[in-house]
Design a protein around this ligand. Structure first.
Ligand SMILES: *Cc1c(COP(=O)(O)O)cnc(C)c1O
Ligand SMILES: [Zn+2]
Length: 410
């Protein structure tokens, strides 16, 4: 028997077929994606509040059975919820928060999903940690495997930012750069899992994706707890595969079902870059399915042209009365600079996508400036310096002479 805490099995999201816990991700009846099923214990706010200041405080709501090996797993989570009064004033909003996941151990929200996947991989007897990545996942997997004394295999598109490839390579493990885009990488990894040499590999976002995806719920749990056990009226999330967006909603529905928060209405908004906006396009066109695109954007962490959870992200956004919008690369850069200038938070391109989309949605009238809003910053700007390089130069380069300083500042 596999022991993954409150998790009891896997269920097909499309046809509801059920399966035992295992390294599986697609339904054998209909090929639909599998999702973790639970039998949650009775839980109080105090039980959770007494837990560690990391995502492990929600272990009873995740498919994990943390061992001593997992607990200090670079302890992701419990990142700051920052009240962004300066940015709110700039945008004419009443109450705005930034959930800042750049504070995670490898500086993106991917540490959350990796921690949960790593715990699940151990329980499933998978010894090598692997992934198909747009950059941040590579960094998180390589670090977690290093810390856990495990082998890692990380597969990425060859043209990622230096801030993601150099960091990843430094942790050790195998790093495969593929001449192709993320969708090519993902397809390759689906083929790899059938091979004899990969039978001990847990591809966190492929063959153990159901467990991995649940890790994103912890971001939603934290937002609710940090607001004093309630949900905001509006949230803006970046969309790559669409998983994070759907799990924020799932987290809040689970907390309400468990009586840990009061059920109240909220609207979920999605943010993409125009150069890779298949979910925003489907939203605009009123489609239930997402038509794949070929990505071309500086927001490489979000550059998934064929997003696995796209249709489910559309469901969440439509059910809650939100929307999904896309912004240009120039707007992404402006978004990064605006957040840095107003709040002292240096976001990577994904954060720029979210801030620019927030501004766009306000302009459109889609988002209510009077309603309390949380935006997600999912990554750190030091990893994507190229995006702002052109604008971020010294005010002046001078000889060490006080008169020259006076000339610049007066
Ligand atoms: C992976 C990633 C996302 C989005 O993830 P999905 O769950 O695939 O939509 C958002 N921001 C950053 C920085 C990421 O690395
Ligand atoms: Zn099915």
């Amino acid at each position: 028997m596999i022991d993954l805490g409150s998790a009891t099995g896997l269920t097909c999201r499309e046809c509801s077929a059920t399966y035992d816990l295992g390294a599986a991700y697609a339904c054998m009846e209909c090929f639909g994606p599998l999702e973790v099923a639970y039998d949650f214990p009775a839980l109080t706010r105090a039980d959770i509040e007494a837990g560690p200041t990391s995502l492990w405080r929600y272990k009873d709501l995740l498919p994990v059975r943390p061992t001593a090996a997992d607990e200090p797993n670079l302890a992701p989570g419990w990142t700051r919820l920052h009240k962004a009064d300066n940015l709110a004033a700039e945008l004419g909003m009443r109450t705005l928060w930034v959930k800042d996941d750049s504070g995670n151990p490898t500086h993106s929200f991917k540490d959350r999903v990796v921690a949960v996947a790593q715990s699940a991989a151990r329980a499933l007897g998978l010894t090598t940690l692997a992934c198909a990545s747009t950059g941040n996942l590579a960094h998180a997997v390589a670090a977690a495997a290093a810390r856990g004394g495990q082998d890692s295999v990380v597969v990425i598109p060859h043209d990622l930012e230096a801030g993601k490839t150099i960091t990843t390579a430094t942790y050790g493990g195998i790093l495969l750069a593929v001449e192709g885009n993320y969708d090519d990488v993902n397809r390759l990894c689906s083929e790899i899992i059938g091979e004899d040499f990969s039978q001990s590999w847990g591809f966190v976002n492929v063959n153990i994706r159901p467990y991995y995806a649940e890790g994103s719920k912890s971001m939603g749990f934290e937002i609710a707890e940090q607001l004093g056990w309630r949900t905001p009226a509006q949230v803006v999330a970046p969309v790559a595969s669409g998983s994070l967006l759907t799990k924020i909603d799932k987290a809040w529905r689970e907390l309400a079902a468990l009586g840990l928060i009061e059920e109240s209405e909220y609207r979920v908004f999605g943010a993409q870059a125009t150069g890779c906006s298949p979910v925003a396009q489907a939203f605009d066109a009123g489609w239930d399915v997402v038509k794949p695109v070929k990505p071309s954007t500086i927001a490489k962490s979000l550059a998934i042209g064929n997003p696995a959870d796209g249709p489910y992200a559309l469901d969440v956004v439509r059910r809650t009365g939100g929307s999904i919008a896309a912004v240009s690369d120039d707007d992404v850069v402006d978004g990064i600079r605006l957040l840095a200038r107003t709040e002292g938070i240096f976001a990577e391109t994904a954060g720029g996508v979210v801030v620019a989309t927030l501004r766009h949605l306000l302009k459109e009238g889609a988002l209510d400036p009077e309603a309390e809003t949380v935006i997600l910053n999912t990554g750190e700007g030091l990893k994507t310096l190229d995006a702002v390089m052109e604008f971020a130069t010294p005010t002046a380069t001078i000889k060490p002479d006080v008169d020259l300083v006076r000339a610049v500042v007066t």
